[in-house]
Design a protein around this ligand. Structure first.
Ligand code: NAP
Length: 298
């Protein structure tokens, strides 16, 4: 009997990797090997219970990365930025996986990339958590790794924490504080990323060498506010905050998010139609709000 293809999933104990690992685990012809720094953590044990092989691996260790990728057909890679705002670390980890993939002859890597905004705007705009991923995308392709980049829209789940509408101080309503202007912003539920990535792994010939922008839908801030108001039965308003005012809010990452919004004002390519083809069950923002009614207002 032919042995099954192995797909290694980095970040599987987190949002994106967890979604991808769960989706691929449904394919009985594939072995899912997940990477974690702590094989005893509940998220790792849960994946093991679902049939994944769980392997201790630190993305900062070339030895670990080479070890986990040995014998694999493919890999899904997501790297983190927001835990320590460390762009250099992200780039180094991405390049480590790219080098190992090349050396070991992986046939398909799906990388959670984003645009190199700094390069695209000739230095006018810097969005470090985009720029680093853009550099890694270019590196993967430049050394000839068969790779698809998935450029993932902001999670709808951001509305459960950072973007949660805030109670107004001057009346019975809530403010949605996002410097979007009138330009639609894409979004997607975390759980819907995995099935889309699994579809990409099933059609390498269609997606190798490409960047695919994943998005369930793109809405204006007024549309986001209207859906929240209608479903939650409370008035949610666009605060009309500008990027200039947003970056002065001063919390860690405020400037970066303001710049990310400035980049979204340039309408980067996110393909709603293709995303629905890759995952026909992808949820709308309205469905997301209905399912999270109790956690959406501060
Ligand atoms: N928030 C959004 O709307 C959005 C949208 C698009 C893209 N993104 C990007 O998504 C990325 C975060 O992804 P996420 O939300 O899936 O993150 P997450 O839920 O915080 O999960 C992070 C994962 O990375 C793993 N990890 C971290 N450091 C590691 C290391 N040194 N070695 C091995 N594994 C390591 C963790 O595994 P262990 O702890 O088990 O080792 C964990 O599974 C960010 O770079 C962000 O820019 C976010």
């Amino acid at each position: 009997m032919a042995s099954k293809k192995v797909i290694v999933v980095f970040g599987a104990t987190g949002n994106q990797g967890g979604s991808v690992a769960r989706a691929i685990l449904e394919d009985k012809d594939i072995c899912v090997r997940v990477a974690t720094r702590d094989v005893t953590k509940p998220a790792a044990v849960a994946l093991q219970d679902l049939g994944a092989e769980v392997v201790k691996c630190d993305l900062n260790s070339k030895e670990d990365v080479n070890g986990i990728l040995k014998g694999a057909y493919g890999a899904f890679l997501v790297t983190t930025y927001w835990d320590d705002f460390n762009q250099e670390k992200e780039i180094k980890q991405g390049k480590t996986v790219a080098d190992a993939s090349k050396q070991l002859g992986l046939e398909h890597v799906v990388y959670s990339g984003l645009e190199n905004v700094k390069k695209l705007t000739k230095g006018k705009l810097e969005v470090p958590h985009f720029d680093g991923k853009g550099e890694v995308e270019e590196y993967f392709w430049s050394i000839g790794v068969p790779m698809t980049s998935v450029r993932i829209a902001p999670y709808f789940e951001n509305f459960l924490n950072l973007w949660k509408p805030v109670k107004a101080s001057d009346g019975d309503y809530y403010n949605l504080m996002l410097p979007m202007k009138d330009i639609p912003m894409d979004g997607i539920c975390i759980a819907d990323i995995g099935p889309a990535v699994a579809s990409i792994f099933r059609s390498p010939e269609e997606f190798l060498g490409k960047a695919v922008g994943l998005s369930a839908e793109a809405l204006t801030i007024q549309q986001y506010a209207d859906i929240l108001s209608k479903t939650l039965g409370k008035v949610v308003k666009d605060s009309k905050i500008t990027p200039e005012a947003y970056e002065k809010l001063g919390f860690p990452g405020a400037k970066e998010i303001a710049n990310m919004m400035r980049f979204y004002h340039m309408k980067p390519d996110r393909d709603v139609q293709l995303t629905h083809k890759l995952n026909p069950k992808v949820k709308s923002f309205s469905q997301f709000v209905s399912e999270n009614k109790d956690n959406l207002l501060k």
